[in-house]
Structure formats: structure tokens, C-alpha cells
Design a protein around this ligand. Sequence first.
Ligand code: PHE
Length: 344
Amino acid sequence: MSDLHPPIDLADAAALSNLIDQVHAAANSDELRSIEQAHLGKDSTIVRARKALGSLPADQRKDAGRALNEAREQLEAAVAARGTALAEAEREVQFEAERMDLTEFVDYSPVGHAHIVTQAWEELEDVFVGMGFRVAEGPEVETDWHNFDALNIPKGHPARDGFDTIYVNYGPRDQEGRSNTVLRTHTSPVQIRTMLDQEPPIYVIAPGRVFRRDTADATHMPVFHQIEGLVIDRHISLADLAGTIEAFTTAYFGPGFSSRLRPNHFPFTEPSAEFDIQRPDGSWLELGGCGMVHPNVLRAGGVDPEEWSGFAFGFGIDRLALMKFGVDDLRDLFTNDIRFLSQF
Ligand code: PHE
């Protein structure tokens, strides 16, 4: 028995009550456990008191035994109660120590914005939707039929070479070993898909990503963006095309800007033109290509050229973004340096 917990006479009510006070005052579980061991454990007050019962005269043994049991019960109850209270308090302390503050506030709240190409893309959509166009879509991985044949560029046509096409390793090959699957080189295949998909009248624009086997430099990227326009209706003429380009020019660029068409050639339009935008200072910007949809293209799209006619146009989106924000290297748009992009 340790000096800390000298044996007591359990039959002595004052000594017992004093011991119970000690139990209630135990400062922690360790202290409580040592009191418990000293008085209730193997070599303890209680064990010795029980042994001592044997040496009592028989007539006193029974009462002394009962008193001892009562004392033990009281002591045990006190130890159990204090044990529960201490365990709870100790758990509380541990919780407090291990608590994590998840409410920490870091004053860093960067608000991003759309990429300038996306901004230009969305503005173009807004302007054309305002003019009555719907937005159409097509896949970026395209069949060479949609990208070329249906657009009046049959296999072996020299115009195919001008496109620097990226072929995808998928589908059957031609005699020269090229697959029939390409990354679309322009948004014009969406003309075909839209005609096959819906009856005229058709008034759609189709912005999207296009791909060409080009080395990146200040004015070229192997991936860039175009927006296509397609109108198919009855009695559509070149005047409607010119008027639409002109209306778009003032709506998008603002008053003081105007447009002109210059004769050009595309296999999918006849006649074809290049269209330019004149800035208020008189200078010209070449924007894109356009023309009346070729009858072969209408037929490929399942549209009867005797009944319907239409026009199409297409131009690059990236250059508009460059111009608008005064950037002079196309590559800056796609390096995605946040310090560059966050300026706009
Ligand atoms: N698809 C042509 C190009 O990429 C542009 C164009 C579209 C021309 C529609 C005429 C009509 O250059």
C-alpha cells in the first residue's frame, strides 16, 4: 500500500466518508485509479478487512461482514461516478485540443472572366441572334464527306490541298492512305449537317473550333475559331447576303463601320466573295468569305435548288478578339498566361 493512500478502518464512518470525499476530489483518472487500487484492488483495504473478518468472534462476524459490504458498495459507487465525470471532462479537453478551425477566412477571392475569344464568340452570337439567327453546332471530328465532298470539294480536288487537313487515325483509307476522318478545317460542314437536320427556311450561325496543320506564329494557330452563317429560304439573293453583312457590321462594330464584297472563289458558293470591313478612319480589314450556296451543296444537304436558295459566310473569331483588345500576336491568346489574360 502506498503512502499516498494509507489503509483506513472501513468500519469507521468518519474515515469512510473522508475516503469518499477523496474519491470525489480525485483530480484525474490516474489519481482515481490509484485510490481504487489502494482500497478496492487486490492487495487493498477491503481485501485485508475481509480477511480480518475471520478472526472476529462468530457472533460479530455477520454484522461486521454486512457493514463491510455496504462500505464497499458506497466506495465503488463513488469511484464509478467520479470515473464517469472525469472521463467526460478529459474527453472534452481532448476534443478542444484536437479541434480544427474550418472557418478560417483567407482574403483571396479572385473573380475570373471569360477568355477574350469567348467574349468575342458570345458577342457575335448575341448580334446574330438579335438579327434572327439560331445557333447550330457540329462535331470537331468530322467525316471528310461533310468537311469536303458535300461542300463540292470532291476527292482529288485541288482545294483539299489548300486546307492543310489534319487526318484522324480512324475509318477507311483512300488510295493515298488518308483516313476519311478529319479534324474539321472550317465550320462549313455545319451547313451540311443543319440542312440534313432541318427543313428550310434556315437561319443559323455556327461558331466553333477548327483545325489546320499550321505552325503557330503571330498570325497562325493550328487550332482557331470560326463562325459560319447559313441562310436558306425562298428567293434569297446576293442582295440579301450583302445587306446581312452590312447590318452585322454596324451592329457588331458600331456606327461608322461599313462593309464591301470583293469577288473571290470558294467551291461551295457561287458566286463567291471576300468581305471586308471599313473602319471609320477609312482603312479596310479583310474579314471572311461568303457567297450564294452552290446548288451541289444544297443537293448534298437534301435541299432542292429549284425551290430554295441561300447564302453562307464564314470568318475567324480570333482575329476579331486580337483587334478589339489591341493584341498583335495570336499565340498570346492561347498561351493562357493569367497575367496576360487578366488584363482584358
Ligand atoms: N469555309 C471558308 C473558309 O474557311 C469560309 C466560307 C464560309 C466561305 C462560307 C464561303 C462561305 O475559308
